[in-house]
Design a protein around this ligand. Structure first.
Ligand code: ATR
Length: 277
């Protein structure tokens, strides 16, 4: 039996997910079909319901449907409930169960980049949009010493932080005069989509790494900015590893198959070459 999977988004043309999942399947001798489906922006629920009727085993959900996927799921994992967003739907008899593997994908990639866990780290996040909402529960679970969220629109950062009763979580605008050293700075602003680094009024002190949730063929504008400011002692990474690792976590949920680091690394290296072509 061939299991059917798909990733839904709008737009979806450039998604690398089918390629990544085919690699997982090939490595483990699984017969799967994994498609890209551009769901209509006003008809996501009907599309997903139809795919359930057609016998699909699992779905990935990307922009702009993660909140809707969370809302329509018959049941939810704890991390999807906390994130208020789902990027993975798992078939059940009754309907779809929602989960969110973005956070775990990020955590495991950060561990690979840093060579260390996030416990006791001071983390600075730039941006307070949907992607930060999705990863925040997983980051907090690692018990960092603090997380500061700086966003262009201060009210959005404050609203996000307000959902948590956590005094280690703070918010500001991008004009903040950062008072302390951070281990890690994560860029989650959409400035990268315009080939820009977010404009900060004051440069924060960073000791270990600059990580961009976005990825591109070349180092992102944020990574280049980080290199100029902090030099080579501070590591820099884009989010390609997170993409592969969130996919691995979804595949594990659907097929109960463990995807090891070696396979993740080789797919990441191959995608890096593919992006450059
Ligand atoms: P995503 O799902 O990728 O997080 P989003 O929910 O639209 O997308 O959020 C985009 C984030 O990028 C927001 O934090 C946004 O800041 P605002 O809340 O002020 O809109 C931020 N952003 C977008 N363009 C930016 C830019 N040029 N400089 C700084 N921040 C930017």
């Amino acid at each position: 039996m061939t299991d059917q999977f798909a990733v839904l988004g709008n737009p979806i043309k450039h998604s690398l997910s089918p390629h990544i999942h085919q690699q997982f399947a090939q490595h483990h001798n699984h017969q799967i079909v994994y498609e890209k489906i551009e769901a209509p922006r006003d008809d996501f629920k009907a599309t997903v319901t139809k795919l359930h009727q057609q016998g699909y085993s699992g779905l990935n959900v990307t922009l702009p449907f993660k909140l809707e996927a969370h809302a329509l799921a018959e049941s939810l994992s704890e991390r999807a409930t906390l994130a208020g967003a789902a990027n993975t739907l798992i078939r059940t008899e009754q309907g779809w169960r929602g989960d969110n593997t973005d956070g775990i994908g990020l955590i495991s990639d950060l561990e690979a980049v840093l060579g260390d866990g996030l416990h006791n780290m001071h983390i600075l996040i730039l941006g307070a949009g949907g992607s930060v909402q999705g990863i925040l529960p997983a980051l907090l679970e690692q018990q960092p010493a603090s997380i500061h969220i700086a966003n262009r629109t201060l009210a959005k950062a404050e609203e996000l932080v307000g959902h948590y009763q956590d005094e280690t979580l703070t918010a500001s605008g991008l004009d903040y005069k950062f008072p302390q050293m951070y281990d890690l700075m994560i860029n989650a602003t959409a400035a990268s989509l315009d080939g820009e680094a977010p404009a900060l009024s004051h440069t924060p002190l960073i000791s270990s790494a600059c990580y961009d949730l976005f990825y591109a063929a070349k180092p992102t504008a944020f990574m280049q900015w980080g290199k100029t400011i902090y030099g080579v002692k501070v590591k820099s990474s884009d989010g390609l590893g997170m993409l592969v690792r969130q996919a691995a976590a979804s595949y594990e949920l659907w097929t109960d198959t463990y995807i090891n680091d070696e396979l993740v690394d080789s797919i990441q290296a191959e995608l890096r070459k593919k992006l450059a072509d």
